[in-house]
Design a protein around this ligand. Structure first.
Ligand SMILES: Cc1ncc(COP(=O)(O)O)c(C=O)c1O
Length: 414
């Protein structure tokens, strides 16, 4: 049988698209790494020629090392042994198990909401919920922060409703946009608690004030905060005593919780409506029970493990202090994320490549479109399992490479 080949015009179009990425220095190369349970952030990098090198992962989002926590692994092993691999169906058709129900109960309790709804990822949770809301609230206008994550942008973009984009964290601009619209129109403000690329916080209280004034619903993405902020790890809204002012909270189970999946937490009626109308929830197989069990164990554990949260914050503060001490332009908004501004895609990739090959330090370059052109950066994510000697090695390597690339030793940029 001969393989069908596309007419040459299609090949040409693909070549052109890929060449554009190479030319701009933002073609993405995936690094083949294998984590070893119990040894994270150590991992093994397999090069293209098949040879292996020990590396330390400095750019992962397993922020607290929960991906190898015994409590999580044991819950997953138990569920796997008890039920097997997949869930075998959508939530509606045989795919709702006791593990999914337990996870949703943990999450609604975490956020102090009546209900929670689990999706296969926070991307899907954002996209499915935001694209469904105009069906529930005809005429809905969504006010979306300009730097919202791609999953929110996608949901808002294709929902067929009206949208307004307010300048990042600019509550005056948001007010102007709200005031310009029909006071009777249903409204929703969508924003994040921590923006992952700069590590800056959203003005949650001010946005909630505006929502009250203009009768709008509030939708917050706490993906980079859940597990890590607040007394029980419910995020920045919990830390700041604002959870009750948010109508829909979105979170992930894949970052600080170390497993996979995403969710919304909201009123019972809101969750029921999204459950009943959102194609991204309805028409897809539910999470494997073992994943749901591991995530539930992780959420439950982090409700009480404040020591882990404290250590996480301490490691981030120390790394920032040390990089700033070298005069590197770190972006510091007081969160756990440590971005170092390079501002050039080629140099950013070069530093990343040399960190990996010469120093065994893995930090993926962050280029356009994830961040605007000219703001390319390395984004370090120190965790409680990154030890002081690992940090010494990273700081030495950054010092060398910064000089090697003749980059400025600027003042801190945050
Ligand atoms: C702000 C934000 N929201 C949502 C997501 C999607 O999360 P998940 O990996 O669970 O799909 C991400 C992923 O990086 C994110 O940064």
């Amino acid at each position: 049988m001969t393989e069908k080949t596309a007419p040459s015009g299609y090949d040409f179009a693909l070549d052109r698209a890929l060449k554009a990425l190479h030319d701009e220095g933002r073609y993405r190369t995936f690094i083949d790494i294998e984590r070893r349970r119990g040894q994270f952030p150590h991992a093994v990098w397999t090069r293209a020629d098949g040879s292996e090198q020990d590396i330390t992962v400095w750019c992962g989002n397993d922020y607290l090392g929960m991906g190898q926590h015994p409590v999580v692994l044991s819950a997953m092993h138990d569920a796997l042994r008890a039920t097997g691999a997949g869930s075998g169906g959508t939530r509606n058709i045989s795919g709702t198990t006791v593990y999914h129900k337990q996870l949703e109960a943990e999450l609604s309790d975490l956020h102090g909401k009546e209900a929670a709804l689990v999706f296969t990822s926070a991307y899907i949770a954002n996209d499915a919920t935001l694209s469904t809301l105009p069906r529930l609230f005809p005429g809905l206008i969504i006010y979306s922060d300009a730097l919202n994550h791609a999953s929110m942008i996608e949901g808002v973009r294709r929902n067929g409703g009206q949208k307004r984009i307010f300048r990042h964290n600019d509550v005056s601009h948001l007010r102007e946009l709200l005031a310009a619209d029909d006071p009777a129109a249903p409204k929703l403000i969508a924003f994040e608690s921590i923006y992952s690329m700069d590590g800056d916080f959203g003005p949650i209280a001010e946005i909630c004030d505006l929502a009250d004034e203009f009768g709008a619903l509030t939708y917050i993405d706490e993906v980079h905060a859940v597990g890590m902020y607040g007394r029980r790890g419910a995020g920045v809204c919990e830390r700041d005593g604002l959870m009750h002012r948010i109508d829909i909270i979105n979170g992930t189970l894949a970052k600080a919780y170390g497993v996979m999946g995403g969710y919304i937490a909201a009123s019972a009626k809101m969750c029921d409506a999204v459950r009943s109308y959102a194609p991204g929830f309805i028409f897809t197989t539910s999470l494997p029970p073992a994943i749901a069990a591991g995530a539930a164990a992780s959420v439950a554990h982090l409700k009480t493990d404040q020591a882990l949260r404290d250590l996480h914050q301490e490691r981030a503060a120390v790394l920032k202090l040390r990089l700033r001490g070298l005069g590197l332009p770190i972006i510091d908004h007081g969160s756990h994320i440590v971005p170092v501004h390079v501002g050039d895609p080629i140099k950013c990739k070069m530093i990343s490549d040399r960190l990996l090959s010469d120093h065994g330090v893995y930090c993926q370059p962050i280029n356009f479109p994830t961040v605007p052109r000219g703001t390319e950066r390395l984004r370090f994510t120190p965790s409680p399992v990154h030890t002081p000697p690992m940090m010494d090695a990273l700081v030495r390597a950054m010092d060398d490479l910064w000089s090697h690339c003749a980059l400025n030793r600027a003042q801190a940029a945050g």
